[in-house]
Design a binder for this molecule. Structure first.
Ligand SMILES: Nc1ncnc2c1ncn2[C@@H]1O[C@H](COP(=O)(O)OP(=O)(O)OP(=O)(O)O)[C@@H](O)[C@H]1O
Ligand SMILES: [Mg+2]
Length: 288
């Protein structure tokens, strides 16, 4: 099945993909926030790779496997961050990565990914014994990524997250995947984050640059178990792309001379066995 912007989806489907795919407008909007998936060589994708590296390191050093992405308030960029982090993690050869939507109030994973439906998903697994994680995930094979939508169920989010089955669901996910990235609701206004705290290994807290009030961030951090806060992610930072990087980032600007210089840079470094702190400015890549 082909969903908008060309994601090939394997797994349960519900049939209205054609209607969504017929709409040109969502394609543009969707693509803008999917750098890790659709523009892996972009500067934005590299920033998410920095986050991936931090999570991979914590996986190795601190057994971080189930990571929940949250933020103090609404629209800070939780879903965007969760998708791009999962996409970046999934680029490692052989990595088994699950991206799951546990924001039952404003489920957005399927919409942002351009998938056609949000069931079956987490709620279906929680409420109906015949559903398992294994047979509810959608596989985005070209991105090596598995997605578990929010699902549908006539239950209050608070009650759903308190079900013992929620822990079982995460346990099944732990068995099947190396990384489980959860897209969750905002931490301050609703109790969901506090409920799942005991089942996850850590929270990444998204802070929207120039937008998230400092007071709200302090309130969120005050509500969280400090041991579970594994990092803050500044979303929408408008710092300019360094000139050095803009040349490196854009494949259309990779001329041969740059690559020659790049190779020489590392060869010289190895030969001299110098530490990074002793490199002079002239050692770095520069315009050809
Ligand atoms: N880094 C970014 N660059 C461009 N647009 C972004 C970025 N981060 C978020 N957005 C846009 O901002 C809006 C809110 O982002 P997102 O849905 O990720 O936030 P959220 O915290 O998950 O929201 P909610 O609280 O409703 O779950 C979306 O339209 C998204 O496309
Ligand atoms: Mg969201």
């Amino acid at each position: 099945m082909l969903a908008p912007h060309g994601l090939t989806v394997e797994g349960p489907t519900s049939g209205d993909a054609a209607a969504l795919a017929a709409s040109a407008a969502p394609r543009v909007l969707l693509g803008e926030c999917l750098a890790s998936l659709l523009r892996p060589t972009s500067f934005e994708a590299e920033r998410y790779r920095v986050l991936r590296h931090a999570v991979e390191t914590m996986r190795r050093d601190a057994h971080l496997q189930v990571v929940a992405v949250t933020s103090p308030g609404t629209a800070d960029g939780k879903t965007t961050t969760a998708i791009n982090l999962a996409g970046a993690l999934a680029q490692a050869p052989g990595a088994r990565v699950l991206l799951a939507d546990v924001d039952f109030r404003r489920p957005a994973l399927t919409r942002q990914l351009g998938l056609e439906d949000r069931r079956p998903g987490v709620l279906d697994v929680l409420l109906q014994p015949e559903f398992t994680v294994a047979d509810s995930v959608r596989r985005l094979a070209q991105f090596n990524l598995s997605v578990l939508p929010a699902g549908v169920g006539a239950v209050a989010p608070y009650e759903a997250l308190k079900l013992p089955r929620f822990e079982e669901l995460l346990e099944e996910a732990r068995q099947r995947y190396d990384y489980v990235v959860l897209d969750t609701p905002p931490f301050v206004p609703v109790p969901d984050g506090r409920l799942i705290s005991g089942c996850v290994d850590g929270f990444l807290v998204v802070v929207a640059a120039h937008r998230t009030p400092r007071k709200e961030l302090a309130e969120a951090l005050g509500l969280m178990d400090p041991a579970k806060v594994v990092g803050l992610v500044f979303n929408g930072d408008d710092a300019p792309i360094p000139p050095y990087y803009s040349r490196y980032a854009d494949p259309r600007r990779r001329d041969r001379s740059w690559w020659r210089y790049h190779r020489g840079f590392y060869e010289r470094r190895t030969q001299r066995e110098e530490s990074p702190s002793t490199w002079s400015r002239s050692d770095g890549p520069r315009d050809a």
